[in-house]
Design a binder for this molecule. Structure first.
Ligand code: PMP
Length: 382
């Protein structure tokens, strides 16, 4: 049986060209980038090249890129770093109810440290209201952290408008762009972003690496103390091979973005068409326009998540119930609860398909047909 992987928002396979680019850095280029001899200079050069590519991808300067161990660390560094360095100016932070746990749990930690956090609500499409944000801002607000695109339902937030609003306010604007990076256009200047997190393994790069963009002059403290790497903002010897792989993954993602976006949109249309033809009852859990092209979160009335996931897995189709970090636990999705309320049937009957490298239209059609079969079987007597 062919296995079809439709869980690219959880993690994505390594692109073969990424692996090829990493091998020399793992086999031969072992020097420490901080060493002054030739071995060190060689790897320093590799890291510098990657920094150049990362900065260019988002319209930033090289000195504004800090390599991290991935999205979670980038989120932690931005949020804890800004909060702790700016607490004398104010102790208020604004975020949303639909952030990834890397942001939500970090904000909860700050509440324990005496900060006040406002968790903005979202509408049924998963979007925050600009008016709600405006009302929540006070002269004590030091940070607004709102994700670019949601990992569970795909909703894209009005980043440019938020950036615009915050130009008039001293609070920093951080966005978790882990899911949006490589598919949606990002320009930190045009979008008024002060801090931005990304993660390599979501764009077919290696796991355990990513970066935080931090605007020049932005005041934040480090989480790690030790060597002077990353201009003293992230101590520890650089993950050179990972950073080289990240560089290749970014280059590929830029080259292929337009093609991927139109392919994934056609995947969504195909799935929807198959279900309509098969007369399956379903609803899409996000807005049709303001959404990430690779994420499709669907409500199948009368089913339940666990049976859907198990039956699809038996049919060779790997999907998820939303955030991989909450899958396997019986906790309802905080994102769906924020969108539809805790009593909505959608919470226990929705699953996420997410597309990426290697998926073909044939796979998508087969996956949609198998899903239709499973849904019909599960709802037969309902
Ligand atoms: N933020 C979002 C929106 C994500 O989807 C993820 C990965 N699930 C993360 C942060 C965490 O990134 P990483 O796995 O690189 O720590």
């Amino acid at each position: 049986m062919k296995q079809i992987y439709l869980d690219h928002a959880a993690t994505a396979p390594l692109h073969p060209a990424v692996l090829d680019s990493m091998l020399p850095a793992m086999r031969e280029d072992f020097g420490n980038p901080s060493s002054i001899h030739g071995f060190g200079r060689k790897t320093r050069h590799l890291v510098d090249e990657a920094r150049h590519v990362a900065a260019k991808a988002i319209g930033a300067k090289e000195t504004e890129i800090i390599f991290t161990s991935g999205g979670t660390e980038a989120d932690n560094l931005a949020i804890l770093g800004v909060a702790r360095a700016n607490s004398s100016r104010g102790k208020h932070i604004i975020t949303t109810q639909v952030e990834h746990h890397a942001v939500l749990h970090t904000c909860e930690q700050l509440e324990k440290e005496g900060f006040e956090v406002t968790y903005l609500p979202v509408d049924e499409k998963g979007q925050v209201g600009l008016e709600d944000l405006k009302e929540a801002l006070t002269d004590q607000t030091i940070l607004v952290t709102i994700m670019f695109g949601n990992n569970e339902v795909g909703t894209v937030q009005p980043i440019k408008e938020i950036g615009e609003m915050l130009k008039e306010h001293p609070a920093y604007f951080h966005t978790d762009a882990v899911q949006a990076f490589g598919l949606l256009p990002i320009n930190v200047e045009e979008q008024g972003i002060d801090f931005l997190s990304m993660s390599s393994h979501k764009i077919n790069g290696p796991k355990g690496v990513g970066f935080l963009y931090a605007r020049s002059g932005a005041n934040f403290s480090t989480l790690t103390y030790g060597g002077e790497q990353e201009r003293k903002r992230r101590a520890g010897t650089e993950n050179v091979a990972g950073i080289v792989g990240l560089k290749t993954a970014i280059e590929l993602s830029i080259e292929e973005a337009a093609e991927k976006v139109s392919l994934y949109i056609s995947f969504k249309e195909t799935m929807i068409q198959v279900w309509q033809e098969e007369e399956v009852r379903f609803e899409i859990n996000s807005s049709a326009e303001e959404t990430l092209p690779h994420v499709l979160n669907v409500y199948f009335p009368g089913t339940n998540v666990e049976s859907l996931l198990v039956n699809l897995d038996l049919a060779g189709i790997a999907v998820s119930s939303g955030s991989a970090c909450t899958a396997g636990s019986i906790d309802p999705s905080h994102v769906l609860v924020a969108m539809f309320g805790k009593d909505s049937d959608k919470i226990a009957s929705s699953i996420r398909f997410s597309f990426g490298l290697g998926n073909t239209m044939e796979d998508i059609t087969q996956a949609a047909k198998e899903t239709a079969k499973v849904v019909k079987r599960l709802t037969r007597n309902k």
